[in-house]
Design a protein around this ligand. Structure first.
Ligand SMILES: CC(C)(COP(=O)(O)OP(=O)(O)OC[C@H]1O[C@@H](n2cnc3c(N)ncnc32)[C@H](O)[C@@H]1OP(=O)(O)O)[C@@H](O)C(=O)NCCC(=O)NCCS
Length: 186
């Protein structure tokens, strides 16, 4: 037996929208947005791991399936030149943090939403929509006029949310993800 590298391809959509006339985010009582600060790095990483590790995107981006990987991802993101604190928010609920979203400014002045995540126990009550709107308003504050994101085609809940807020599909991409398999042939 030997290990060989195989590759899975995941269909992903790039979605885009113009940033005009967006509703203001509305949160239920006992929830609040917390603005980015370096001390929150660990809390964002915990929310990334907690929101994504059981989801399809943990197969597409294996570091999301691992607590340490999520921390490294978060560190990398905050060190990028385009990292936008105005579009990076932690969602605080009655029992502590329960969601995260991060934003980057791409070279052409477009805001790129990264990793919108709500912990499983808090989904289906409008928190994902509110957190995304908060980040989009952050792009506006930073002077950006357009936003984009990428989403795995199987992630129907997320796609419905993005469409509801005005995002439209602009491109289909295929993400190659290598993985190791045991092969009896060798
Ligand atoms: C995608 C994600 C962020 C959505 O978060 P959420 O908080 O559940 O989002 P919302 O509550 O705003 O919307 C989800 C659904 O709840 C419904 N909803 C909103 N408020 C509601 C309420 N008060 N009562 C009942 N349902 C409600 C919405 O209409 C929506 O329904 P739909 O699926 O028919 O469109 C969340 O599922 C998640 O973290 N997934 C894993 C990570 C992930 O895949 N992120 C996206 C990467 S691109």
């Amino acid at each position: 037996m030997a290990t060989v590298t195989s590759v899975s391809y995941f269909k992903r959509y790039k979605m885009e929208m113009e940033l005009h006339s967006m509703p203001s985010p509305r949160l239920p009582d006992e929830f609040a947005f917390v603005a980015w600060s370096c001390e929150l790095l660990g809390a964002h990483a915990d929310m990334l791991f907690g929101s994504f590790h059981q989801e399809i995107d943990a197969q597409v981006f294996p570091s999301l399936g691992d607590r340490q990987g999520a921390l490294c991802l978060m560190i990398e993101m905050t060190r990028k030149r385009g990292f936008l604190p105005e579009a990076t928010w932690l969602l605080l609920g009655p029992l502590g943090p329960c969601g995260t979203v991060q934003g980057l400014c791409e070279r052409d002045g477009v805001g790129a939403i990264q990793n919108l995540g709500i912990l499983p126990g808090w989904r289906g009550r409008g928190l994902g929509e509110a957190l995304l709107l908060q980040a989009l308003h952050g792009f506006r504050q930073a002077g950006l006029r357009r936003a984009l994101l990428e989403v795995t085609a199987q992630n129907e809940v997320a796609i419905r949310l993005y469409r509801r807020l005005g995002f439209r599909r602009s491109k289909t991409l295929y993400k190659a993800v290598p993985y190791q398999v045991l092969s009896p042939e060798f």
